[in-house]
Design a binder for this molecule. Structure first.
Ligand SMILES: [Mg+2]
Length: 179
């Protein structure tokens, strides 16, 4: 049985910088590098799923996002082949079609198919409810971290009702939920 972890980028792996374009503006989050290694060593396939509407809005382009993703790996001292897959969703929320933009579970379902994942053993982790929703829609477990924007009370209520744990950060998720 194959298990995987899907991770949001902004607010989860690195600090949420408004429409991050320049790799020099990346701000790391303490403990993320160790947490990522721990998850990978535990035998999970690693995927990153990030909404980047700045592409559709024309604020930056694909190359900027690739450069930031690359820089993030460097800052965390991870190999360039660290990820088993990356999905960059370029759509704007007011666009016609959702495509890969979270809460669309299109990417997760494709990876379940491609890698024969067992969804009940997989996790989707992010800092916003749309991340949790993406996980739940794909029949995976979902968790939220508090390293992004403040989680609103409505989200805390939703999370509690849907058994989505809220962790301080990725390290804390590893301590409490990684088996
Ligand atoms: Mg985020």
């Amino acid at each position: 049985m194959t298990r995987a972890i899907f991770l949001d980028r902004d607010g989860t792996l690195i600090q949420d910088v408004h429409y991050l374009k320049d790799p020099a503006d990346i701000k790391i989050i303490k403990g993320v590098s160790e947490a990522l290694r721990k998850i990978k060593n535990a035998g999970y396939l690693m995927f990153m799923h990030t909404n980047q509407s700045g592409i559709a809005r024309g604020y930056y382009d694909w190359e900027d996002v690739h450069a930031c993703n690359q820089k993030m790996l460097e800052l965390y001292k991870l190999n360039t082949d660290f990820w088993d897959g990356i999905c960059i969703a370029p759509e704007s929320p007011d666009g016609e079609e959702l495509g890969y933009r979270k809460p669309s579970e299109k990417y997760e379902l494709e990876m379940v198919q491609k890698y024969n994942l067992t969804p009940s053993l997989c996790w989707m982790i992010g800092d916003k409810w749309i991340d949790a929703e993406t996980g739940l829609r794909s029949n995976m477990n979902a968790a939220l971290v508090r390293t992004g924007k403040t989680i609103p009370t409505e989200t805390e209520i939703l999370a509690s009702a849907q058994k989505v744990p809220i962790c301080e950060d990725l390290s804390s998720f590893c301590r409490s939920h990684l088996f």
